[in-house]
Design a binder for this molecule. Structure first.
Ligand SMILES: Cc1cc2nc3c(=O)[nH]c(=O)nc-3n(C[C@H](O)[C@H](O)[C@H](O)COP(=O)(O)OP(=O)(O)OC[C@H]3O[C@@H](n4cnc5c(N)ncnc54)[C@H](O)[C@@H]3O)c2cc1C
Length: 410
């Protein structure tokens, strides 16, 4: 008999949610979670927001407490690394020398923060942000009055810069793009976000890249490619992640050319007893008609549960439209759809009135919507409208006209 009917490798949201999914279908089969972190599985969004700000504590970060796992016949091994999967024997070998046999295995190994390979990148005071320990270290360094350089103007960069500025840190954020969040925000929204930073005393340096980090032992300044040297007491890189998929590669599972794990519509990998969910999984999306891979909370949340259900035999397809949220200062927005590829937007409502949605078109087809302060009754329609193949010609006018209910377009 296997050591565990279900083994889950990972200590993030997808791992925690997989337990919920398994238990919805199989109340009995024993579950073993293997995580290399020293915490129960946790979610990361608070690490750049409430937890970093010191407003939330660990119980808002950890998904389930000890009692949850104990009451459900789920064992969590923290601080252990899964080093090898032997598919033929259905075994996982750990760095401790132990080996565990599984019947069904979930890979929910997520990503690790990328550190730009710059001279000085390993100086003390230069941080990345992925784990609770990273957030603790940044928080300790970010005393009021300290000077911080945040490198990167996408989500992590913007959120960290906003949180630090609100803690009284003097922030400079530098990034490659013309404006913050350029990959997902239309210029009007980008300009609005830039004004918010300005109003909070944070300085933005757009369209530049860091050349090197200066200091002896400890960071003293970040030298930018435009020749400027920005003095600082700490620097935070928010420049993306690398996927933890070496285990899958070594086990000869099918990967995409960007090292994500190929899964079918039920989140099963190329091995019938191995599943994958969250940041690492590239699934065939029925709405966009191609494989997607998304590094957002909701995908880990929804796929984790779905993979768990399917490991226990549910056999259901994953069909959810991608969704995410972000908070920057008082600005909270939500996005439905996939904004990898868009070239124009249509606005509904007004940004000045803090009530606007932007509808994104890639070529002629609606690919996503970003909503900020819109009425609740529009949210359901937003999710449903994305992925329906609406075109600019047939929908743009009605979307821009607030007197046309969104439900009329369904
Ligand atoms: C600071 C921060 C803020 C974010 N904010 C938002 C937000 O506002 N909105 C949003 O939509 N998304 C946000 N995200 C993204 C979101 O948190 C991720 O998409 C999500 O964490 C992915 O979950 P996951 O379970 O797939 O992987 P992860 O959370 O990366 O978890 C993977 C786990 O697997 C463990 N692991 C890896 N390899 C092994 C191994 N060999 N053996 C044992 N354990 C292993 C890792 O240590 C880790 O614990 C944020 C991310 C960060 C870092």
């Amino acid at each position: 008999m296997a050591d565990a009917r279900f083994i889950i490798i990972g200590g993030g949201l997808a791992a925690a949610r997989a337990c919920e999914g398994i238990r919805e279908v199989d109340p009995e089969g024993n579950i073993l979670i293997l995580t290399q972190e020293d915490h129960l599985p946790y979610q990361r969004p608070p690490l750049s927001k409430g937890y970093l700000a010191g407003r939330q504590n660990l119980d808002r970060v950890i998904v389930h407490d000890d009692a949850y796992y104990g009451e459900r016949n789920i064992r969590v091994r923290t601080g252990v690394t899964a080093e090898r999967i032997s598919r033929r024997g259905r075994k996982v070998a750990l760095n401790t020398g132990e080996t565990f046999e599984y019947e069904e295995l979930l890979l929910a190994t997520g990503g690790r923060a990328w550190r730009l390979p710059l001279s000085g990148a390993d100086l003390a005071g230069v941080f990345t942000l992925r784990t609770i320990e990273d957030a603790d270290a940044i928080r300790a360094a970010a005393r009021s009055g300290a000077r911080a350089v945040v490198i990167g103007g996408s989500f992590i960069g913007c959120e960290v810069a906003a949180t630090l500025a609100q803690r009284g840190v003097q922030v400079t954020m530098c990034f490659l793009e013309e404006y913050p969040l350029q990959a997902v925000a239309p210029p009007e929204l980008g300009a609005h976000i830039a004004r918010l930073f300005d109003a909070h005393g944070a300085r933005l340096v757009a369209a530049t890249r860091p050349e090197r980090i200066e200091g002896e032992g400890h960071v003293r300044a970040v030298r930018l490619e435009n020749g400027e040297s920005v003095p600082c007491d700490l620097a935070v890189m928010g420049v993306g992640i690398r996927l933890n998929t070496q285990l899958a590669r070594d086990a000869d599972l099918d990967l995409t050319d960007f090292s994500a794990i190929v899964v079918d519509e039920t989140l099963r990998t190329s091995d019938p007893h191995i599943w994958a969910a969250g940041d690492i999984a590239a699934w065939p999306d029925p709405h966009y008609g191609r494989r997607l891979r998304v590094e957002h909370w909701d995908v880990a949340y929804s796929q984790g549960r779905q993979a768990g259900r399917n490991m226990a035999g549910a056999g259901e397809a994953y069909t959810r439209i991608p969704y995410f949220f972000s908070d920057i200062f008082d600005l909270s927005f939500e996005v439905w759809g996939n904004l990898d590829d868009w070239d124009r937007t249509v606005a509904r409502g007004s940004l000045e009135a803090n009530s606007v949605s932007y509808w994104y078109f890639g070529g002629d087809v609606l690919v996503g919507v970003l909503a900020l302060g819109r009425p609740d009754d529009e949210r359901g329609a937003m999710e449903q409208l994305v992925g329906r193949g609406l075109t600019y010609d047939n929908a743009a006018e009605a979307l821009a006209d607030e007197s046309t209910p969104l439900n009329d377009l369904l």
